[in-house]
Design a protein around this ligand. Structure first.
Ligand code: FAD
Length: 400
């Protein structure tokens, strides 16, 4: 064993797909080719994915894949969810992200740490596509330094009073609920942070607009403001105290899901570029007859395979959707950086055509750019990996 404190079970390293998984994959592929691929460029251009389309994902069983059947989900494994996300993302990254958001993140937090009443109230509605969810952590002055967040939840009788501002919230302004991370009382640092489920239709909430951005444009990133907003106490999902670790552990799965989106987009770019290059003639022969081009394809395939193994490892070790921090961060850093390289190389293989808006590669190139930032930057993931290697926490500074 390489790291003494890191339990790695080599017996679980079997990635042969079961017959059921092969069927899931085939069905997802057929669905994606018919219902997603033809429209991905349009959603990017219009910077919007219609709600009816999102409903199709719920109807296809793509939301709550790992949620137990008693809460309306499919009760399947995290790896099954990852297979679906990767396959969908080959054609459309924003669709992959939507599926991630309704399988991991807020959903996993409620499943693992919410009350039974919350599970029964929220999860079936999420699985049916009736309740779309965001996760609200980041603030203008608390990005990587999340434990400096200042949004506050003040306890009063039967409710909390929420004040603060969140930005870069995926799906903001379009989703029914946000799991908001806030500071409860005056307790500084991670111990004061808890999470509360906020209905975006209630008074005191203001949607302060969209943040125009480089890629994944079909789903918006936006700004949320809360002013003296009353949130019922029964919406408290994770109380403050020592629960910040729970919040972060529930988020590890989101990172693996995001890695699968990056992998899927990169695979889509690779498949496209391979086919293009194999049909492009220069100097009187296919460009794939030149060794330089062959080696580019080989290097891209090596990187895609490596990312896939890291992601599948993290997914296959998940317990109730919660993945190991080290494995999740390793997968996220590698997949997000690999996807940037592969998407860029795919453009190179297609020459100027690859750079044009006629081909999907420029969209894929823009779409993969977010993954070294969203869900915790690559630098912060490396910090977590280093912390696992050294076997101790690595505080960056102590403001609070
Ligand atoms: C497309 C997209 C979607 C997102 N969706 C959501 C969402 O749904 N919900 C949500 O809450 N947030 C979301 N975010 C926000 C995201 O989590 C943050 O952008 C991320 O945590 C980084 O925070 P920041 O942008 O404030 O960067 P900063 O924290 O300001 O960091 C700037 C740079 O400095 C580096 N850095 C900071 N501190 C250190 C350090 N100690 N050592 C080394 N390097 C350091 C960072 O890695 C980064 O490269 C999203 C972001 C994007 C781009």
């Amino acid at each position: 064993m390489f790291f003494p404190h890191y339990k790695f079970n080599i017996n679980k390293m079997n990635f042969d797909l079961s017959d059921t998984q092969k069927t899931i994959l085939e069905k997802t592929r057929a669905f994606a080719l018919k219902e997603i691929a033809p429209f991905a460029a349009q959603w990017d251009r219009e910077e919007h994915i219609p709600r009816q389309q999102i409903q199709k994902y719920a109807d296809a069983g793509f939301f709550g894949i790992t949620i137990p059947e008693k809460y309306g989900g499919k009760g399947r494994s995290t790896l099954d969810a990852i297979l679906i996300i990767e396959e969908v993302s080959r054609h459309c990254g924003i669709s992959g992200r939507l599926i991630v958001d309704h399988n991991f993140g807020a959903v996993m937090t409620i499943l693992n740490f919410g009350t039974e009443e919350q599970r029964r109230r929220v999860l079936p509605a999420v699985c049916k596509g009736q309740m779309l969810m965001s996760i609200g952590m980041t603030e203008p002055e608390a990005g990587s330094a999340l434990t400096d967040l200042t949004s506050s939840a003040r306890e009063e009788k039967d409710h909390y009073v929420l004040n603060g501002k969140k930005h870069w919230i995926t799906g903001a302004g379009e989703r029914e609920y946000t799991l908001v991370y806030a500071r409860f009382g005056q307790i500084p640092g991670p111990k004061g942070i808890g999470a509360i489920l906020v209905d975006m239709d209630m008074p005191g909430f203001n949607y302060a607009g969209r943040i125009p951005s480089l890629g994944v444009r079909g789903v918006q990133e936006g700004i949320l403001e809360f002013q003296e907003m009353k949130v019922p106490k029964e919406n408290l999902v994770v109380p403050p105290g020592s629960a910040f670790g729970n919040l972060m552990s529930a988020y590890n799965g989101q990172r693996v899901g995001a890695s699968a989106v990056a992998l899927g987009i990169a695979r889509g770019a690779f498949d496209f570029a391979k086919q293009y290059a194999d049909n492009r003639n220069q100097f009187g022969k296919k460009i794939t007859d030149f060794q330089t081009i062959q080696f580019k394809l080989a290097d891209m395939a090596i990187e895609l395979d490596a990312a896939k193994l890291l992601i599948y490892r993290a997914a296959s070790h998940a317990k109730q959707g919660i993945t190991n921090r080290y494995e999740s961060s390793v997968a996220k850093v590698y997949a997000s950086e690999m996807a940037l390289r592969v998407a860029s190389e795919a453009i190179q293989l297609c020459g100027a055509q690859g750079y044009s808006r006629k081909l999907p590669l420029e969209r894929m190139f823009r779409d993969v750019r977010c993954f070294t930032l969203a869900g915790g930057s690559a630098e912060m993931q490396r910090l977590g990996i280093a912390s696992s290697i050294l076997g101790r926490s690595l505080p960056q500074y102590s403001k609070s």
